[in-house]
Design a protein around this ligand. Structure first.
Ligand code: NAG
Ligand code: NAG
Ligand code: NAG
Ligand code: NAG
Length: 440
């Protein structure tokens, strides 16, 4: 019998998933914090075989990523036989790519102390044209549970005509914007529209309910590309929801997503995480860009899914993704809120600009205040911020400061943080307790 936890307003979904108030709450704290893992898509696309997943898992162990907290090894699109289900209506793993089936791969990944993720779409086909799950939610959820799957990325391709939304939400990727607001309002829903009643919410909720019926905890990662005002219904539907369209390994695209997400930090807390999409560190961006990309994805409390070939990644790129202070901030068990911008820098406050996101961010954590200072220009710039303008620190004259990248204490720092920051790089500090500077 399913049990219900003692919280008012709790909606019973099944023994392993309960929507409490507004959040999808899973057993064993699964989904309470952002997911940490690896996904095949950014590096390998459709060109996948089991060996890449076993290699990624082995690299998690060998490179210390597992010890740092990375646990999910996620299969993206193209894992199936393309266009048929078996006689029982179940999805069929491609026997060439996965000779022991997904369950065989899952066993091997589990034996390494890690978890495995699978992929489907809330449509007639996956994005690459493989069998997808709309109207087959329960069969597919039961199949994955039986195979030992721990995580589902649920995409948004091939929506059947009758399941399209009756009107659209203002999404930067789909329409012309001025300072973050849609200029062309044709086809947009009224501003008071309740997106819970959108077909998008229904498509993604159907899979949540199917997963809830399984006797297995499966983290549910919604990949609806930031559409249908997912901020309204994402928290009660999945553990994370994509706040934008897909990332690619271009610096321009990374900045664009980061800028969009910076306006959504009030939607982040335990159990609900806007997903800024999988990491591109190791896929051709520079080291300063990698530091900024990783630091902000961690600070925004996005899921952190490595997207490169771990056999080829440079040691310094691995070190960025293992930064213990940024991972600790992202995975803080006590503070659920992310960092947020307190000063835009180059542009006026609250400017929505796809290539110049807010530059000065801060956020509270168990071990102090994380402060990030980003340089959006391509040459080195001097960046500085007084404690008085950082919300968490206002009122203090001097603080103990640690440099997050070098892991070195800067001692007792008075009045302000300052650094020469390389082009596209980010200075990162963990600001601890108040202190006294000796006067000379
Ligand atoms: C999600 O729901 C939980 C529980 O009601 C709440 O604490 C949290 O702030 C919500 N997050 C968002 C993004 O609405
Ligand atoms: C706080 O510091 C301790 C000791 O270094 C570390 O184990 C922990 O992960 C840190 N937590 C956060 C949220 O920074
Ligand atoms: C952009 O929009 C924000 C939020 O509505 C507003 O506060 C800000 O003043 C605008 N900025 C510019 C440069 O128009
Ligand atoms: C974004 O900000 C930069 C720096 O202020 C400015 O040069 C650029 O024109 C802005 N882009 C848009 C589209 O407003």
């Amino acid at each position: 019998m399913p049990s219900i936890t003692a919280r008012t307003g709790a909606l019973l979904l099944g023994s392993h998933m309960i929507s409490q108030g507004l959040a999808l709450v899973l057993d064993d704290n699964v989904g309470r914090l952002p997911a940490l893992g690896w996904n095949s898509w950014n590096r390998f696309g459709c060109d996948i075989t089991e060996s890449q997943f076993l290699t990624a898992a082995q690299k998690f162990v060998d490179l210390g990523l597992k010890d740092a907290g990375y646990e999910y090894v996620n299969i993206d699109d193209c894992w199936q036989v393309k266009d048929r289900r078996d006689d029982e209506g179940r999805m069929v793993p491609d026997p060439e790519r996965f000779p022991d089936g997904i369950s065989g791969t899952a066993d091997k990944i589990h034996d390494m102390g890690l978890k495995i993720g699978i992929y489907s779409s809330a449509g007639d086909k996956t994005c690459q044209g493989y069998v997808a799950s709309i109207r087959n939610e329960e069969t597919d959820a039961a199949t994955w549970a039986e195979w030992g799957v721990d995580y589902l990325k649920y995409d948004n391709c091939y929506i059947p005509g009758e399941m399209k939304d009756e009107c659209n939400y203002c999404v930067p990727e789909l329409t012309k914007l001025e300072n973050g607001t849609c200029v062309d309002t044709k086809g947009l829903c009224p501003s008071d529209y309740d997106y819970h009643k959108s077909n998008s919410a229904k498509r993604f909720t159907a899979m949540r309910d199917a997963l809830a019926k399984q006797d297995r905890t499966i983290l549910y990662s919604i990949c609806e590309w930031g559409t249908a005002n997912v901020q309204q219904w994402g928290n009660e539907t999945g553990s994370s929801w994509r706040m934008s369209n897909d990332i690619d390994p271009s610096w321009k695209r990374i900045l664009d997503i980061w800028n969009q997400n910076s306006f959504q930090m009030h939607y982040v807390d335990f159990w609900g995480h806007p997903d800024a999409d999988m990491l591109e560190v190791g896929n051709g961006i520079t080291l300063p860009q990698s530091r900024s990309h990783f630091a902000f994805w961690a600070a925004m409390k996005s899921p952190l899914l490595i997207g490169c070939d771990l056999e080829k990644a440079k040691p310094e790129e691995i070190e960025v993704m293992k930064n213990r202070h940024l991972l600790a901030f992202n995975q803080d068990p006590v503070v659920g809120k992310p960092a947020a911008p307190y000063k835009w820098g180059t542009n006026p406050q609250w400017t929505f600009n796809a290539s110049f996101p807010a530059e000065f961010w801060s956020g509270a954590s168990s071990n102090g205040t994380l402060v990030l200072m980003f340089n959006p220009h391509d040459d080195t710039r001097f960046k500085s911020s007084t404690f008085s303008e950082i919300p968490e620190l206002a009122g203090g004259d001097a603080y103990e400061v640690l440099d997050v990248w070098s892991d070195k204490s800067l001692g007792c720092v008075r009045e302000k943080l300052q650094a020469d920051v390389e082009g596209f790089d980010t200075a990162a500090f963990l600001v601890g307790g108040k202190c006294e500077v000796d006067e000379v």
